[in-house]
Design a protein around this ligand. Structure first.
Ligand SMILES: NC(=O)c1ccc[n+]([C@@H]2O[C@H](COP(=O)([O-])OP(=O)(O)OC[C@H]3O[C@@H](n4cnc5c(N)ncnc54)[C@H](O)[C@@H]3O)[C@@H](O)[C@H]2O)c1
Length: 391
């Protein structure tokens, strides 16, 4: 079944009109958050399909492109509304003429093709994925199904309709861990993923590469550091810890808290994707690298400080930071070299301190209600109750 919603009150489906989408109106009091870049629109880009558009990062890009290019680009957000998504992320766009939400699944070829043909899609940003590493240790078949097979379905249909730009969103995790003191990794570095999520993303890249070589599909691959900010589902560390603190509960670290990550504010990520759309070259890979590298332990301090919770002495700190067993494998750090994208003019504008303040403020106002009941998600190793793709 294909459900298309231009306006949620009149959702059209193959079998008539349905009203599937509960709207609590919380989105109407939230700020409209987008990136900052704006380029001369490309003459050969008219209709952009963004998969995973009801999720976190793609939602930022959907809002950014719809608002920034109202007369140049029609944005079609394509999403199957999985557990981590929320239509609240894009409801603010529902009355915009250049925005459409399409309820579809990337593993369903009929729906993907129908969307591409109906909207005469010329450009694809492919974000939709199972994106949470912790869940991939439990049900990795679902990761292979969505991230690998789903990407294959996207590529095959992109080939079929003659897509002019296919921008595939990968991750820094495909490189595997980088030891302290080692050089930042260039786009040409070996892929050596260490967890099922990262492996599925690396496998998807292989298919993308093969479609570029075999069928001359014009592809670009993007490998980004960790992205954070408002609208991120609270299974990920920053929103989860923010909400735990708001509830007066301690943050629970996996292992000793020493693994480091580089964090990029979502507005800067939206700018990176906008820059790659307008200035990126077909056939190229771009790292999106942040300057802010911090350990999980340090992140806890920053969040406590951001919430004005005393944590200067060890006893105070220990009240708010607990430890549990580690992931089966936890990469110590990732380190990508973002020079190539910076040469296209992209700059990281938001420091981690500023980005965290914006994020904490947003979660204090909207975090508890944005996705409905999130209680079970705040545990250190949440599980998702849904049919997996396992054979
Ligand atoms: N979050 C990060 O820090 C980060 C860093 C680097 C790369 N990435 C990549 O960016 C992309 C987006 O990540 P995110 O954190 O915003 O994810 P997210 O989990 O917030 O959103 C994923 C979206 O994809 C949708 N989706 C899942 N399966 C689908 C299917 N079969 N058909 C259609 N839609 C489907 C979900 O409903 C959801 O809206 C992913 O490809 C991820 O690998 C994320």
């Amino acid at each position: 079944m294909v459900v298309l919603i231009a306006n949620e009150k009149s959702a059209a489906t193959a079998s008539g009109t349905v009203s599937l989408y509960h709207d609590s109106s919380i989105w109407s009091s939230a700020p409209l958050l987008i990136g900052t870049t704006k380029f001369e629109p490309l003459p050969d880009v008219k209709n952009i399909m963004i998969t995973g558009g009801a999720g976190f990062i793609a939602g930022w890009l959907v809002r950014h492109l719809t608002i920034t290019y109202p007369h140049a680009y029609h944005i079609v957000s394509f999403d199957n509304l999985d557990y981590c998504s929320s239509l609240n992320n894009t409801r603010i766009l529902n009355q915009k003429r250049n925005f459409t939400f399409y309820h579809g699944d990337i593993t369903n070829s009929k729906e993907v093709l129908e969307c591409m043909e109906r909207f005469n899609i010329d450009t694809v940003f492919h974000f939709a994925a199972q994106s949470h590493v912790d869940l991939s240790f439990e049900n990795s078949f679902a990761f292979t199904h969505t991230n690998v097979y789903g990407t294959h379905v996207m590529l095959e249909n992109a080939k079929r309709v003659g897509i002019k730009r296919f921008i595939h969103i990968s991750t820094d995790e495909v490189y595997g861990e980088v030891s302290d003191g080692d050089d930042d990794l260039l786009e040409t570095s070996l892929l050596a993923p260490t967890n099922p999520y990262a492996a599925s993303k690396a496998a998807a890249e292989m298919l993308v590469h093969s479609y570029a070589k075999s069928f001359k599909l014009p592809v670009i691959i993007v490998r980004s550091n960790n992205v954070y900010g408002p609208h991120q589902f609270p299974e990920k560390i920053i929103p989860k810890f923010s909400l735990l603190l708001q509830r007066g509960r301690p943050m629970v670290l996996h292992g000793d808290g020493s693994p480091k990550r580089r964090y990029l504010f979502a507005g800067d990520a939206a700018d990176a994707f906008d820059t790659i759309l307008h200035r990126g070259e077909s056939g190229h890979v771009y790292n999106v690298g942040s300057y802010d590298e911090i350990s999980n332990m340090k992140l806890c301090s920053l969040l406590l400080e951001g919430m004005n919770i005393p944590c200067q002495n060890q006893a105070d700190f220990d009240k708010w930071v607990e430890h549990t067993h580690d992931r089966p494998f936890n990469d110590q750090r990732y380190a990508v070299d973002g020079t190539k994208l910076r040469q296209l003019g992209w700059v990281q504008k938001t420091s981690i301190e500023k980005g965290l303040m914006i994020t904490l403020n947003w979660y204090s106002q909207f975090g508890e209600k944005w996705w409905g009941n999130i209680g079970s998600i705040l545990s250190p190793f949440p599980t998702i109750d849904r049919p997996g793709a396992a054979p």
